[in-house]
Design a binder for this molecule. Sequence first.
Ligand SMILES: NC(=O)NCCC[C@H](N)C(=O)O
Length: 406
Amino acid sequence: MDPRRVGATSEVGRLRTVVLHRPGAELRRLTPRNNDQLLFDGVPWVARAQEEHDAFAAELTGRGVEVLYLDALLTEVLARPAAREELVAAAVDDPRLGATLQRAAVAHLSGLAPQDLATTLMAGLAHDELRGGRGLAYQIMDRGDFVVPPLPNLLFTRDSSVWVGDQVAITSLAMPARHRESTITRAVATHHPRFAGTGQLYDASLEHLEGGDVLLLGPGVLAVGVGERTTPGGAERLARRVFARGLAHTVLVVPIAQERATMHLDTIATMVDADAMVMYPAVADSLVAWTVTVGDELPDDADTVELAVSGPRPFVVAAAAAMGIDRLRVIDTGLDPVTAEREQWDDGNNTLALAPRLAVAYERNTVTNAALEAAGIEVVPIPGSELGSGRGGPRCMSCPVSRDPL
Ligand SMILES: NC(=O)NCCC[C@H](N)C(=O)O
């Protein structure tokens, strides 16, 4: 098989290529004053977070997975004038700035070499770092504030793009602190030779949709969580588009609580085998799904596709029916409610499958991991004490670009 083939039709086919982002200078921007707004639950020890991330990447490369780093992809595309222009314009597209400061920021950013520009686009540009800053907005801006805010959540590469079949959906991130991330994933998907000719299924101007809410349950079947991040409109739009492009026949729309602990569907359930999921026990019995399908006639214009909607039904029942299997196994983690809640918060259910029955998980979730092992799932444990302060686990920190078909 061509090792440069792109695309994925399941969560568990052997993982070939993945995009990661090693946390860098953007994490050093986090302070107790800005961490809430930047969606971190604390102020991570950056060097240790990098060590943990390197251990994660080493587990992947040690098993033959090709790791593409987002910062390297970004630096490479910034050698292209069109990509530079797009990303500089996106960085200053901020109503706080005003025309004078925008011009000064564009002049500064445009003068940077690709590597420095990549670093600045990710780590942001602090007030004091903008030599030649001027204008009303610059003068009254707090010295500790940012002309271009940092993007510490780039670490969670899952959310800003998601591959469905051989196409990539550039997502529409819901939280203001993350909006600019998809300008980076879009530039990479559009301008990097590795992805030349790849169809783009979605874009950031559309209804909110985040990759953490999109699960490829199996060939032709997607589950899309709707809650704090992805809107029903986003799920509907994605459904129309995957149907019109022949990438799926069924989309299960799964309402989840609009809370930080369950911000994405992948915080409560992830696939660990072709017919098995690990799932937060507190929702296992109550999770439901609406089944969305389409008739035989597929108009060219995706946005007019007529959808058939049925449900709600228990999620596991709807999923098994859509996947054409007798039963979707839910790994019974057998946790007492307090342990379950603690391990869910620490991303115990957020596993990254490297192949059927082989999944990366945070080592700290000992009880969930023991239950996975007892159910025949080999767990690759990784440290995550610092990485976890951003509230994301191995699945959130990875964007599979290529998986073998099941
Ligand atoms: N798929 C995921 O659950 N991603 C984790 C995102 C964490 C990030 N701090 C956020 O709040 O968006």
